[in-house]
Design a protein around this ligand. Structure first.
Ligand code: C2E
Ligand code: CA
Ligand code: CA
Ligand code: CA
Length: 268
């Protein structure tokens, strides 16, 4: 009882209290954000080997009335913890599909794909497949233009369940990209079991690809692995022409990064 008392004391120390208060304020704000329509998607172009735009990745932003534009790293972890990622993820899917439907209506944009990030908790939810299919159906978007970005840790958590969900969505026309590839603790054997379409080379390997031989080796290996598994490979975080040229010389033919365009609202 004494120990518990001490812990309670520590819990109520003023510094700790400030942290707890800030957190619960953020949580309250996050709950309000959906109702108040404070979320926006920004779109960052993805390009092919000739520099032509083939599509975009949708990146979530929170337009907070006091804090300004809040980047996802500052609220997605809390959204995951609290379960708010479920309605937020649903909003992202519906908004992305609505954008795809607009693109579909114009000949010059009809072929563009849109990549949407999926969080672990969202993917594991039993209603995930229905959530995606229903967002597609409600919008009139072409399922073949929707690409879902998943991460390794999310996939490996329950590989049987993962395969079932991915297979169902693939049957509906949706494709899959493996985000942040190489940053987790994965074994490679799972790769051949999953119905993936694309590997995404993480920005952390692209950044120093010209100066760090280890990063260069990893980037080259990911491209070669993708090729041998019949997957496309896209590099993210490409900021310079030299990085693009190096990756192109090693047979990577799809890119995303500030060199081609920053994430921007609108998506026109
Ligand atoms: P990510 O999926 O790895 O997204 C790539 C991040 O790199 C984005 O940060 C993007 O703005 C940034 N980036 C793109 N090109 C460059 C570049 O050339 N240089 C540099 N330095 N950075 C670049 P952002 O938008 O802050 O997103 C961070 C993370 O938040 C994303 O990482 C993703 O994991 C998560 N996220 C974003 N939107 C969503 C969403 O709708 N749902 C979920 N569940 N997660 C999201
Ligand atoms: Ca991503
Ligand atoms: Ca990444
Ligand atoms: Ca990521």
């Amino acid at each position: 009882a004494k120990a518990a008392g001490r812990n309670a004391m520590r819990f109520f120390d003023p510094g700790m209290q400030a942290v707890v208060t800030a957190r619960s304020e953020l949580e309250d704000d996050l709950r309000e954000a959906l109702k108040a329509q404070q979320f926006v998607l920004h779109y960052q172009p993805q390009v092919d080997g000739e520099g032509r735009i083939t599509g975009a990745e949708a990146l979530l932003r929170w337009q907070h009335p006091q804090r300004g534009l809040v980047p996802p790293a500052e609220f997605i972890p809390l959204a995951e913890e609290t379960g708010l990622i479920l309605p937020i993820g649903d909003w992202v899917l519906r908004t992305a599909c609505a954008r795809l439907a607009q693109w579909r209506a114009r000949p010059d944009t009809a072929a563009l794909t849109l990549a949407v990030n999926v969080s672990a908790r969202q993917f594991r939810h039993p209603g995930f497949v229905y959530q995606v299919v229903s967002a597609l159906g409600a919008s009139g978007a072409d399922p073949h233009r929707l690409k879902l970005e998943l991460t390794e840790s999310l996939l490996l958590d329950d590989i049987e369940g993962t395969v079932v969900k991915m297979t169902a969505l693939k049957a509906a026309g949706v494709s899959f990209s493996l985000d942040d590839f190489g940053t987790g603790y994965s074994s490679l054997s799972y790769l051949k079991r999953l119905p993936l379409d694309q590997l995404k080379i993480d920005r952390s390997f692209v950044r120093d690809v010209l100066t760090d031989p280890n990063d260069a080796a990893i980037a080259r290996t990911i491209v070669a692995l993708g090729q041998s598994l019949g997957l496309t490979v896209i590099a993210e975080g490409v900021e310079t022409e030299e990085q693009r040229a190096f990756l192109a010389a090693h047979n990577c033919h799809a890119y995303q990064g500030y060199l081609f365009g920053r994430p921007e609202p609108g998506g026109d």
